[in-house]
Design a protein around this ligand. Sequence first.
Ligand SMILES: C[S@@+](CC[C@H](N)C(=O)[O-])C[C@H]1O[C@@H](n2cnc3c(N)ncnc32)[C@H](O)[C@@H]1O
Length: 256
Amino acid sequence: MNRYSFRDTDPAEVRLALLAKAFEPEMRGLLAKLPARRIRLALDLGCGPGFTTRLLKDVVQPHRVVGVDVSGGYVRSARARFPDLEFVEHDVTRTPFPIESPDFIVARFLLAHLSDPEGILGAWANEMAPRGLIGVAEVEFIKTEHPVFTTYLSVVERLIADSGGALYLGPRLDAADPKKLRRVSSEVYRAPVATGDAAKMFSLNLSVWRSDRFVVDNYETSFLDILARRLEQLQAQTCRDEIEWGIRHIVYQRVD
Ligand SMILES: C[S@@+](CC[C@H](N)C(=O)[O-])C[C@H]1O[C@@H](n2cnc3c(N)ncnc32)[C@H](O)[C@@H]1O
Protein backbone atom coordinates (compact mmCIF):
# COMPACT_ATOMS: atom_id res chain seq x y z
CA MET A 1 0.00 0.00 0.00
CA ASN A 2 1.20 3.55 -0.71
CA ARG A 3 1.84 5.93 2.15
CA TYR A 4 -1.07 8.41 2.37
CA SER A 5 0.85 11.61 3.04
CA PHE A 6 -2.26 13.70 3.93
CA ARG A 7 -2.78 11.35 6.94
CA ASP A 8 -5.78 11.06 9.29
CA THR A 9 -4.99 13.47 12.15
CA ASP A 10 -7.48 16.01 13.57
CA PRO A 11 -6.35 18.87 11.27
CA ALA A 12 -6.49 16.44 8.32
CA GLU A 13 -10.11 15.70 9.23
CA VAL A 14 -10.95 19.41 9.56
CA ARG A 15 -9.45 19.90 6.08
CA LEU A 16 -11.69 17.16 4.67
CA ALA A 17 -14.72 18.86 6.27
CA LEU A 18 -13.80 22.12 4.50
CA LEU A 19 -13.14 20.24 1.27
CA ALA A 20 -16.54 18.52 1.55
CA LYS A 21 -18.21 21.93 1.68
CA ALA A 22 -16.14 23.59 -1.05
CA PHE A 23 -16.48 20.62 -3.40
CA GLU A 24 -20.06 19.56 -2.64
CA PRO A 25 -21.40 20.94 -5.96
CA GLU A 26 -18.58 19.07 -7.73
CA MET A 27 -19.49 15.74 -6.04
CA ARG A 28 -23.16 16.33 -6.89
CA GLY A 29 -22.03 16.95 -10.49
CA LEU A 30 -20.30 13.56 -10.58
CA LEU A 31 -23.33 11.74 -9.14
CA ALA A 32 -25.60 13.52 -11.64
CA LYS A 33 -23.66 11.82 -14.45
CA LEU A 34 -24.80 8.34 -13.41
CA PRO A 35 -27.22 6.70 -15.82
CA ALA A 36 -30.66 6.62 -14.15
CA ARG A 37 -31.18 3.25 -12.51
CA ARG A 38 -31.95 1.86 -9.05
CA ILE A 39 -28.76 1.20 -7.05
CA ARG A 40 -28.87 -1.71 -4.60
CA LEU A 41 -25.40 -1.52 -3.00
CA ALA A 42 -23.08 1.48 -3.33
CA LEU A 43 -19.52 1.71 -1.96
CA ASP A 44 -17.71 4.99 -1.27
CA LEU A 45 -14.03 4.01 -1.50
CA GLY A 46 -11.57 6.22 0.41
CA CYS A 47 -14.55 7.76 2.24
CA GLY A 48 -12.47 9.56 4.91
CA PRO A 49 -14.72 10.83 7.76
CA GLY A 50 -17.83 10.05 5.71
CA PHE A 51 -18.93 13.32 4.10
CA THR A 52 -18.98 11.85 0.58
CA THR A 53 -20.81 8.75 1.87
CA ARG A 54 -23.52 11.00 3.36
CA LEU A 55 -23.93 12.84 0.04
CA LEU A 56 -23.98 9.57 -1.90
CA LYS A 57 -26.76 8.20 0.33
CA ASP A 58 -28.83 11.39 0.12
CA VAL A 59 -28.45 12.04 -3.61
CA VAL A 60 -28.44 8.55 -5.14
CA GLN A 61 -30.55 6.88 -2.40
CA PRO A 62 -29.12 3.39 -2.84
CA HIS A 63 -30.79 0.62 -0.87
CA ARG A 64 -27.50 0.14 1.05
CA VAL A 65 -24.40 2.32 1.14
CA VAL A 66 -21.03 1.52 2.74
CA GLY A 67 -18.07 3.86 3.19
CA VAL A 68 -14.67 2.14 3.01
CA ASP A 69 -11.39 3.59 4.24
CA VAL A 70 -8.00 2.23 5.24
CA SER A 71 -7.89 4.57 8.23
CA GLY A 72 -9.39 3.12 11.42
CA GLY A 73 -9.52 6.67 12.83
CA TYR A 74 -11.59 7.98 9.91
CA VAL A 75 -13.90 4.96 10.03
CA ARG A 76 -14.54 5.52 13.78
CA SER A 77 -15.12 9.22 13.21
CA ALA A 78 -17.48 8.56 10.26
CA ARG A 79 -19.51 6.08 12.36
CA ALA A 80 -19.83 8.66 15.18
CA ARG A 81 -20.75 11.47 12.79
CA PHE A 82 -23.21 9.49 10.65
CA PRO A 83 -24.61 6.67 12.86
CA ASP A 84 -27.27 5.77 10.27
CA LEU A 85 -24.57 4.91 7.69
CA GLU A 86 -22.28 1.88 7.44
CA PHE A 87 -18.47 2.12 7.37
CA VAL A 88 -15.74 -0.53 7.18
CA GLU A 89 -11.96 -0.40 7.46
CA HIS A 90 -10.25 -1.86 4.41
CA ASP A 91 -7.32 -1.18 2.07
CA VAL A 92 -9.01 -0.78 -1.33
CA THR A 93 -5.90 -1.94 -3.19
CA ARG A 94 -6.68 -5.40 -1.76
CA THR A 95 -9.33 -7.67 -3.17
CA PRO A 96 -11.67 -9.33 -2.46
CA PHE A 97 -13.54 -6.50 -0.73
CA PRO A 98 -15.28 -7.33 2.57
CA ILE A 99 -18.62 -6.33 0.95
CA GLU A 100 -19.60 -8.31 -2.12
CA SER A 101 -20.98 -7.30 -5.52
CA PRO A 102 -21.65 -3.56 -5.33
CA ASP A 103 -23.53 -2.19 -8.32
CA PHE A 104 -22.00 1.26 -7.81
CA ILE A 105 -18.57 2.37 -6.61
CA VAL A 106 -17.58 6.00 -6.17
CA ALA A 107 -14.03 7.15 -5.42
CA ARG A 108 -13.18 10.83 -5.18
CA PHE A 109 -9.60 12.07 -4.73
CA LEU A 110 -8.40 8.56 -3.84
CA LEU A 111 -6.71 7.11 -6.94
CA ALA A 112 -4.29 10.07 -6.99
CA HIS A 113 -2.68 8.59 -3.89
CA LEU A 114 -2.27 5.06 -5.27
CA SER A 115 0.28 3.65 -7.70
CA ASP A 116 -1.16 1.81 -10.69
CA PRO A 117 -4.63 3.42 -10.61
CA GLU A 118 -5.47 1.81 -13.98
CA GLY A 119 -4.75 -1.69 -12.61
CA ILE A 120 -6.70 -0.89 -9.42
CA LEU A 121 -9.75 0.14 -11.49
CA GLY A 122 -9.58 -3.21 -13.29
CA ALA A 123 -9.41 -5.02 -9.93
CA TRP A 124 -12.44 -3.05 -8.68
CA ALA A 125 -14.34 -4.04 -11.84
CA ASN A 126 -13.85 -7.69 -10.83
CA GLU A 127 -15.53 -6.97 -7.49
CA MET A 128 -18.65 -5.49 -9.08
CA ALA A 129 -22.02 -6.89 -9.95
CA PRO A 130 -22.56 -7.34 -13.71
CA ARG A 131 -23.10 -3.97 -15.48
CA GLY A 132 -22.02 -2.21 -12.26
CA LEU A 133 -20.97 1.44 -12.46
CA ILE A 134 -17.83 3.19 -11.17
CA GLY A 135 -17.61 6.99 -10.81
CA VAL A 136 -14.22 8.58 -10.19
CA ALA A 137 -13.20 12.20 -9.64
CA GLU A 138 -9.54 13.25 -9.87
CA VAL A 139 -7.73 16.55 -10.39
CA GLU A 140 -7.20 17.50 -14.04
CA PHE A 141 -5.62 20.88 -13.28
CA ILE A 142 -5.49 23.59 -10.63
CA LYS A 143 -5.40 26.95 -12.38
CA THR A 144 -3.80 29.73 -10.36
CA GLU A 145 -1.17 32.40 -10.82
CA HIS A 146 -1.03 33.30 -7.14
CA PRO A 147 2.63 32.76 -6.14
CA VAL A 148 1.75 31.40 -2.68
CA PHE A 149 -0.61 28.83 -4.18
CA THR A 150 1.79 27.83 -6.99
CA THR A 151 4.58 27.36 -4.44
CA TYR A 152 2.35 25.24 -2.20
CA LEU A 153 1.13 23.13 -5.15
CA SER A 154 4.65 22.48 -6.41
CA VAL A 155 5.53 20.92 -3.03
CA VAL A 156 2.33 18.85 -2.91
CA GLU A 157 2.87 17.58 -6.46
CA ARG A 158 6.36 16.32 -5.53
CA LEU A 159 5.14 14.89 -2.20
CA ILE A 160 2.37 12.84 -3.82
CA ALA A 161 4.74 11.68 -6.57
CA ASP A 162 7.19 10.55 -3.88
CA SER A 163 4.48 8.32 -2.37
CA GLY A 164 3.83 6.74 -5.80
CA GLY A 165 0.77 8.81 -6.74
CA ALA A 166 -0.01 11.72 -9.08
CA LEU A 167 -1.73 14.96 -8.02
CA TYR A 168 -2.86 15.69 -11.60
CA LEU A 169 -4.16 12.21 -12.34
CA GLY A 170 -7.12 13.34 -14.50
CA PRO A 171 -5.35 13.47 -17.92
CA ARG A 172 -3.70 10.08 -17.34
CA LEU A 173 -7.01 8.45 -16.38
CA ASP A 174 -8.68 10.01 -19.39
CA ALA A 175 -6.09 8.36 -21.66
CA ALA A 176 -6.29 4.98 -19.90
CA ASP A 177 -8.33 1.96 -20.83
CA PRO A 178 -8.79 -0.11 -17.66
CA LYS A 179 -9.62 -3.81 -18.07
CA LYS A 180 -13.24 -4.97 -17.90
CA LEU A 181 -14.55 -1.39 -17.96
CA ARG A 182 -16.32 0.58 -20.68
CA ARG A 183 -16.22 4.34 -20.35
CA VAL A 184 -19.71 5.85 -20.16
CA SER A 185 -18.57 9.49 -19.87
CA SER A 186 -15.44 11.56 -19.23
CA GLU A 187 -15.68 15.29 -18.60
CA VAL A 188 -13.91 18.05 -16.69
CA TYR A 189 -15.94 19.84 -14.01
CA ARG A 190 -14.67 23.36 -13.23
CA ALA A 191 -14.76 24.45 -9.60
CA PRO A 192 -13.62 27.97 -8.64
CA VAL A 193 -12.83 28.19 -4.92
CA ALA A 194 -12.62 31.34 -2.77
CA THR A 195 -9.02 32.33 -2.04
CA GLY A 196 -9.62 32.16 1.73
CA ASP A 197 -11.14 28.67 1.54
CA ALA A 198 -8.26 27.35 -0.58
CA ALA A 199 -5.77 28.97 1.83
CA LYS A 200 -7.49 27.36 4.86
CA MET A 201 -7.42 23.88 3.26
CA PHE A 202 -3.80 24.33 2.19
CA SER A 203 -2.75 25.65 5.67
CA LEU A 204 -4.27 22.63 7.40
CA ASN A 205 -2.69 20.25 4.92
CA LEU A 206 0.72 21.90 5.27
CA SER A 207 0.53 21.53 9.06
CA VAL A 208 -0.09 17.79 8.51
CA TRP A 209 2.48 16.91 5.85
CA ARG A 210 5.32 19.18 6.90
CA SER A 211 6.65 16.38 9.13
CA ASP A 212 6.59 13.88 6.23
CA ARG A 213 10.02 12.32 5.61
CA PHE A 214 10.14 13.56 2.00
CA VAL A 215 9.32 17.16 3.03
CA VAL A 216 11.78 17.19 5.93
CA ASP A 217 14.54 15.88 3.62
CA ASN A 218 13.84 18.32 0.77
CA TYR A 219 12.63 21.62 2.24
CA GLU A 220 14.11 24.03 4.80
CA THR A 221 12.07 24.72 7.93
CA SER A 222 12.30 28.47 7.19
CA PHE A 223 10.78 27.93 3.70
CA LEU A 224 7.86 25.97 5.22
CA ASP A 225 7.38 28.60 7.99
CA ILE A 226 7.14 31.40 5.41
CA LEU A 227 4.72 29.37 3.25
CA ALA A 228 2.54 28.66 6.33
CA ARG A 229 2.52 32.35 7.29
CA ARG A 230 1.61 33.49 3.75
CA LEU A 231 -1.22 30.96 3.55
CA GLU A 232 -2.53 32.16 6.91
CA GLN A 233 -2.52 35.77 5.67
CA LEU A 234 -4.76 34.76 2.72
CA GLN A 235 -7.43 33.09 4.81
CA ALA A 236 -9.75 36.11 5.07
CA GLN A 237 -9.88 36.73 1.32
CA THR A 238 -13.21 36.05 -0.37
CA CYS A 239 -12.48 36.60 -4.09
CA ARG A 240 -13.23 33.61 -6.31
CA ASP A 241 -11.09 34.35 -9.36
CA GLU A 242 -7.62 33.42 -8.07
CA ILE A 243 -7.81 29.64 -8.03
CA GLU A 244 -9.91 27.15 -9.95
CA TRP A 245 -9.88 23.35 -9.91
CA GLY A 246 -10.63 21.26 -12.98
CA ILE A 247 -11.86 17.85 -11.84
CA ARG A 248 -11.97 14.94 -14.29
CA HIS A 249 -15.20 12.95 -13.82
CA ILE A 250 -15.21 9.50 -15.41
CA VAL A 251 -18.07 7.04 -15.23
CA TYR A 252 -17.30 3.42 -16.19
CA GLN A 253 -19.53 0.40 -16.59
CA ARG A 254 -18.37 -3.16 -16.00
CA VAL A 255 -18.35 -5.28 -19.16
CA ASP A 256 -17.61 -9.01 -19.36
C1 LIG B 1 -8.14 12.99 -0.10
S1 LIG B 1 -9.06 11.90 0.93
C2 LIG B 1 -10.64 11.91 0.10
C3 LIG B 1 -11.80 11.62 1.00
C4 LIG B 1 -13.16 11.62 0.30
N1 LIG B 1 -13.21 10.67 -0.78
C5 LIG B 1 -13.48 12.99 -0.23
O1 LIG B 1 -13.59 13.18 -1.45
O2 LIG B 1 -13.65 13.91 0.59
C6 LIG B 1 -8.43 10.29 0.52
C7 LIG B 1 -8.95 9.20 1.44
O3 LIG B 1 -8.50 7.94 0.95
C8 LIG B 1 -8.10 7.13 2.04
N2 LIG B 1 -7.15 6.13 1.53
C9 LIG B 1 -5.87 6.30 1.11
N3 LIG B 1 -5.34 5.14 0.70
C10 LIG B 1 -6.32 4.19 0.85
C11 LIG B 1 -6.39 2.79 0.63
N4 LIG B 1 -5.34 2.13 0.13
N5 LIG B 1 -7.54 2.14 0.92
C12 LIG B 1 -8.61 2.82 1.42
N6 LIG B 1 -8.61 4.15 1.67
C13 LIG B 1 -7.47 4.83 1.39
C14 LIG B 1 -7.50 8.10 3.04
O4 LIG B 1 -7.48 7.56 4.35
C15 LIG B 1 -8.47 9.29 2.88
O5 LIG B 1 -9.56 9.16 3.74
